[in-house]
Design a protein around this ligand. Structure first.
Ligand SMILES: CC(C)(COP(=O)(O)OP(=O)(O)OC[C@H]1O[C@@H](n2cnc3c(N)ncnc32)[C@H](O)[C@@H]1OP(=O)(O)O)[C@@H](O)C(=O)NCCC(=O)NCCS
Length: 178
């Protein structure tokens, strides 16, 4: 498999970076309005580091961040061996709203998959809101396929069904024609 060269290497983030994450969330108000129906708060940024399924520990999750001179412009949170060994769950991934549509998301996903594969991932899973049509198109364009639909679940003042998607790391990957 040929992975696109990452735009930039990620850093592992910790709760010490929560204000930077909250600032990125502020720049991504569109997504939080879609998901929650309200603006994001500092508590949402803190939850990025702590919100894992009850059977997992916060240490099983890694939060990755991409920075340049303008600060933090993308984040991703990935949980190892969930729901089963070898499957890594991409709980969240977000690119600064002002910088979308330039190939960053595709490049960053390539870096995440490479990072997880080096640590034992054979499959990547995630769940996209049914209402997030652009997000669904993005994941399907990267070769993700539907596993099942779940929900509805409550997100602050909204309720959503989600589409669980999966990609085997040695599977199809469309990266700039590679
Ligand atoms: C989804 C997201 C990470 C994609 O990042 P991005 O930098 O905009 O994506 P790219 O520019 O790399 O796009 C890659 C491909 O995805 C598709 N795509 C991305 N955004 C799209 C959009 N708004 N509409 C249609 N297709 C889109 C395109 O097929 C694009 O292919 P192209 O390179 O041939 O144009 C970004 O839009 C985002 O942060 N959205 C808000 C948070 C979110 O929805 N996260 C996912 C939750 S599961």
């Amino acid at each position: 498999m040929v992975l696109q060269t990452p735009h930039a290497s990620p850093n592992e983030l910790s709760e010490a970076d929560v204000l930077e994450v909250a600032d990125l969330y502020d720049r991504c108000a569109d997504y939080f309005l879609l998901q929650d129906g309200t603006a994001s708060t500092l508590a949402d940024a803190k939850e990025l580091f702590t919100d894992v399924p009850p059977e997992k520990d916060a240490d099983d999750q890694t939060v990755l961040g991409w920075r340049d001179d303008g600060g933090l412009y993308a984040i991703a949170a990935i949980l190892r061996d969930y729901p089963r060994e070898g499957t890594w769950y991409l709980g969240f991934m977000m690119v600064d709203a002002a910088r979308r549509g330039q190939g960053l998301g595709r490049s960053i996903y390539g870096a995440i998959e490479e990072w997880a594969t080096m640590r034992g991932a054979a499959e990547i899973r995630l769940a996209v809101l049914e209402a997030n049509e652009a997000g669904e198109r993005f994941w399907r364009s990267l070769g993700f396929g539907e596993v099942r639909r779940v929900g509805p679940d409550t997100f602050k003042v909204k309720s959503h069904r989600r589409i669980e998607l999966s990609r085997h790391v040695n599977g199809r990957f469309i990266a700039g024609g590679n």
